[in-house]
Design a binder for this molecule. Structure first.
Ligand SMILES: Nc1ncnc2c1ncn2[C@@H]1O[C@H](COP(=O)(O)OP(=O)(O)OP(=O)(O)O)[C@@H](O)[C@H]1O
Length: 509
């Protein structure tokens, strides 16, 4: 391994030579970007392989690592705030986990194929299937404290599965509302992953959804299915979390009904650090939320990232029913503080509405340029235009039906019946009246959800909780005298007759 000369002009490309099984780690400052090109050898970023000769851009305070199994030379342009090479990584342990999951997939697929058409199976397949014993696809729950590298491990395992050459399409389940997976924070989602998730910005750590991705990224845009929880913290409404997790599980199993490859590919659930926090006022909720995940997704493998106590706890609770495996935390994981997380949420929302405008690092030559466009690679995709033109439209209050889950509306106490108390269940959908002062809608992020059942006889009290997210909007202005509001939306579609839920996320310019 050889490092770069610090005194060198940072606008010029620098080379790093990495030995086998080492990684080059970097962290970017606010407002900077960085470029990496694989010159020779093999290299990957969180399990997604770099293509030799292509330039990859990183921005928005991205923190990542280029790992190589066999050694490589990379060229970098730009100045990260931190950069170093580490020879100690947990990648061998992660690869072993991948191999075990892969064996489960292969076995499950073989078994499902034979069950679907026993007459056409070869004698070898029948024998192998008989020797294999019971088969089950990998359904993995990843647990660990904050900043233990859970999301990164999720990504590495998903990426390795998609690279296995079997057309696997594992499902990424995100139940960390602080991150939101490929959707916006506040969402719990399930997303089939057909190809490796690239790393370029923390705004899309787990890939970008088709609803938010600029058109140039359409080839690697994902199609998540999600429910709006609406808050960053699980303790805010654990009952709602529980219900949405179970809804997601049902959706995944329905989807797999007629999809042998999908079912064999399995799923990986990324969880929030709060699931591992054994102290604090609300720690009892985490047990029930872990249980909700295990039930909903029929988890058969729990991976505990670097946390001895949690490992013992999970071994005791579930060790006789499923595999509980402790795996090491990477020394490269960066401690992310609350301010950083708030900035990342802002990047996510802005990227959803406006797309992305990346200023390449000084000294970076364009791949090609015409009068109006400069082309670079972001996440391995060539781009011509990375910006979106959101629509800002004025709509009548009556156009949108807005709901809030489990919180009181701001109705004055005098409006309540005599003797009534203000008891609102955590799961009760309440209509929000934008005309009421203190409605909490100004600058709020709202999830547009699927339409409620048009047949009144089919409707039920909590139906709103079970409707999936179609997109997101922001209320940027309220004109109470004229009963109108201004809505920022990534698309031009009419909002008339639509249903939306407000949570506690605020839009920041
Ligand atoms: N080997 C590595 N080298 C450099 N950066 C890394 C490495 N592994 C992880 N990171 C970075 O560390 C940060 C935290 O990692 P990650 O998000 O995976 O942790 P987490 O446990 O999921 O966090 P959370 O507390 O949000 O649940 C991320 O910015 C990630 O990109």
């Amino acid at each position: 391994m050889s490092g770069a000369d610090n005194s060198q002009d940072r606008a010029h490309p620098r080379e790093w030579v990495l030995n086998a099984e080492t990684e080059y780690r970097f962290e970017l400052d606010i407002g900077t970007s960085f470029a990496i090109k694989l010159i020779r050898g093999q290299a990957e970023i969180f399990g997604a392989e770099l293509v030799e000769g292509k330039t990859y851009l990183f921005y928005e305070e991205c923190k990542a690592a280029v790992y190589t199994w066999i050694g490589c030379t990379i060229e970098v342009i730009g100045q990260p705030s931190t950069e170093y090479v580490s020879e100690e990584t947990p990648m061998a342990a992660y690869a072993n986990v991948h191999l075990a999951l892969e064996a489960m997939r292969v076995k499950t697929l073989l078994h499902a194929q034979i069950a679907a058409s026993p007459d056409t199976a070869s004698p070898e397949d029948l024998q192998e299937d008989a020797e294999n014993g019971p088969s089950d696809s990998p359904r993995v729950l990843i647990l660990g404290p904050e900043n233990s590298g859970k999301t990164t491990l999720t990504k590495i395992l998903l990426n390795y599965a998609t690279r296995a050459g079997q057309d696997w399409c594992p499902i990424l389940v995100n139940v960390d509302p602080n991150e939101g997976g490929p959707m916006l924070p506040g969402t719990l989602s399930a997303t089939p992953i057909p190809s490796p998730i690239q790393t370029s910005t923390p705004a899309h750590t787990l890939g970008a959804s088709a609803t938010s991705a600029p058109t140039h990224m359409a080839s690697n845009a994902l199609l998540p299915f999600g429910y709006w929880y609406g808050h960053a913290e699980t303790k805010r409404n654990p009952l709602l979390m529980d219900r949405l997790i179970r809804n997601l599980g049902e959706n995944v199993w329905d989807r797999w009904d007629a999809d042998i490859i999908g079912r064999s590919s399995g799923l990986i659930v990324d969880t929030p650090g709060s699931f591992a926090a054994s102290s604090g006022a609300h720690s009892d909720h985490r047990q029930s939320l872990i249980k909700a995940c295990i039930d909903a997704f029929r988890i058969n493998v729990i991976l505990i990232v670097g946390h001895e106590k949690l490992n013992v706890e999970m071994q005791r609770a579930y060790g006789n029913k499923l595999s509980v495996i402790k795996i090491p935390k990477s020394g490269g994981v960066v401690e992310l503080d609350a301010l950083y997380r708030a900035r990342v949420q802002k990047y996510q929302m802005h990227s959803y509405m406006y797309g992305e405008r990346v200023t390449p690092p000084p000294g970076m030559p364009p791949i090609s340029s015409t009068q109006s466009t400069i082309r670079y690679l972001v996440g391995g995709e060539q781009s011509t235009d990375m910006t979106l033109a959101p629509s800002s439209a004025v709509v009548n209050f009556s156009d949108l039906a807005i709901w809030r889950i489990g919180e009181e509306t701001m109705a004055p106490t005098s409006a309540l019946p005599i003797g009534a108390t203000r008891v609102v269940s955590e799961m009760q959908p309440l209509p929000v009246d934008p005309a009421q002062a203190g409605s909490g809608l100004y600058n709020a992020v709202l999830a547009l959800i699927a339409p409620p059942n048009p047949d009144d006889t089919e409707r039920y009290d909590e139906e709103i909780l079970d409707l999936n997210v179609l997109g997101f909007i922001v209320v940027t202005a309220l004109d109470i005298p004229n009963k109108r509001m201004t809505i920022l939306s990534p698309s031009q579609g009419s909002l008339s007759g639509r249903t939306a839920i407000v949570g506690s996320f605020e839009w920041q310019e």
